[in-house]
Design a protein around this ligand. Structure first.
Ligand code: PMP
Ligand code: GLU
Length: 397
């Protein structure tokens, strides 16, 4: 019997495919250095774990309000005010099972069949597939490497028409590391207000920011934006809590009500124990987060210096998130051990099979000239992995 054509049209998540392959090789005893998934290698801070343990011991292990316990939504509202200068009532916030789930819920709640969704690319692997899962159409808006992947008004405007329903912004960006400036955000704000479409601002890497770059939430630019914008964030990256699965969305009441309704019929509620842990993360773990970010910055500096020194590899310096996204197209007309490289998929395949380093090919982010290194792994692994990458590049002919 035929299965759903809509779900059948979705690609596998390349980040998961590569991580799973690296894990499988490691299980066979092969020493693979994995730069694949964007998952902090740090342990979840103790103060957060303790809040989770306390929740279990106190029997906080039942269904909760579908949109998340009020205590957590109040803490999120305070965070949005303090960090982002945004005014949200807890009734305008819905907690879900990870930011990925929040984004899925927003897209499901906003889009109708045939609606167009603008996605600046290079872009994270899941946006296009989530849009397709809602029977809407992803419209890719290319950001240019020679403009540091910042937004370009003329290019963006060209893609807008009467079917445009939503734009998905991600700053700091996965995979490029670009942090949108006020100017970038003003381009989007102006067009969204003028042409009337929603903005989904994925701010999951907000805390991973380096040097002089500053995170600005687009909604803080103009009061009118609150009616057409949804801010998504979560605790996975900032507090090393990827497995706890807590993310949230803040936005106009009708959108939040739709998400809540959808959630009552799907996951019921985010995990009760994780909600208590998320309160501890947001209120008590700022120092832990800061220490992790300092460590990411050291790793970034080391990795970028190494990448920039390799012939045929070019790399824009990332200002945020924890990815390096070098242009490796200079290797495509070469061969390794007689095997042609050709494109980012083949390069990633050769790198894992021959050099034992796992990377996600740029094609997964709709940018075939690139390859993604996640530096959310130990310095020891980074040193070892970069040596392997340098050796691989030196041996290409
Ligand atoms: N947005 C982006 C850009 C991401 O890279 C990720 C990766 N996990 C997410 C959202 C989802 O995060 P979470 O683990 O909270 O679902
Ligand atoms: N977001 C991370 C990444 O891009 C984790 C995996 C995923 O959610 O896709 O690697």
């Amino acid at each position: 019997m035929e299965l759903s054509r809509r779900i059948g049209s979705l690609q596998d998540s390349a980040t998961f495919v590569v991580s799973d392959k690296a894990r499988a090789l490691k299980a066979k005893g092969i020493d693979v250095v994995s730069f694949s998934a964007g998952e902090p290698d740090f342990d979840t801070p103790d103060v957060i774990k303790e809040a989770g343990i306390k929740a279990i011991k106190e029997g906080f292990t039942k269904y909760t309000t579908s949109s998340g316990i009020i205590e957590l939504r109040k803490v999120i509202a305070d965070k949005l005010k303090k960090d982002n200068q945004l005014d949200y009532d807890p009734s305008e916030i819905v907690v879900s099972c990870g930011a990925k789930h929040s984004i899925f819920n927003v897209i499901q709640s906003v889009c109708n069949e045939g609606d167009e969704v603008l996605i600046p690319s290079p872009c994270w692997v899941s946006y296009t597939e989530m849009v397709k899962a809602a029977a809407a159409k992803p419209v890719i808006v290319r950001a240019l490497e020679n403009e540091g992947f910042h937004l370009n008004y003329d290019i963006l405007k060209k893609h807008i028409n009467s079917k445009t329903k939503l734009i998905i912004l991600n700053s700091p960006n996965n995979p490029t590391g670009v942090v949108y400036t006020q100017k970038d955000l003003e381009i989007v704000a102006r067009l969204a207000l003028e042409k009337e479409f929603f903005i989904l601002s994925d701010e999951i890497y907000e805390k991973m920011i380096y040097g002089d770059a500053k995170h600005i939430s687009i909604v803080s630019l103009d009061k009118r934006l609150k009616d057409i914008s949804i801010v998504v964030n979560g605790v996975s990256k900032a507090y090393s809590m990827t497995g706890w699965r807590i993310g949230y969305a803040a936005g106009p009441k009708p959108v939040m009500d739709a998400i809540s309704r959808l959630q009552t019929h799907t996951t019921s509620n985010p995990v009760s124990i994780s909600q208590k842990a998320a309160i501890a993360a947001i209120t008590l773990a700022a120092d832990d987060c800061r220490k992790m970010v300092q460590e990411f910055q050291k790793r970034r500096d080391y990795m970028i210096a190494k990448l920039c020194a390799i012939e045929n590899v070019k790399c824009v310096k990332p200002e945020g998130a924890f990815y390096a996204f070098p242009d490796v197209s200079g290797l495509f007309n070469k061969k390794f051990n007689g095997k042609p490289i050709g494109n980012s998929n083949k390069l990633a395949e050769l790198l894992i099979d021959e050099a034992h380093i796992a990377l996600v090919p740029g094609s997964a982010f709709l940018a075939d000239n690139f390859i993604r290194f996640a530096y959310a792994t130990s310095m020891e692994n980074i040193i070892k992995g970069m040596e392997r990458f340098e050796r691989f590049c030196a041996e290409t002919k």
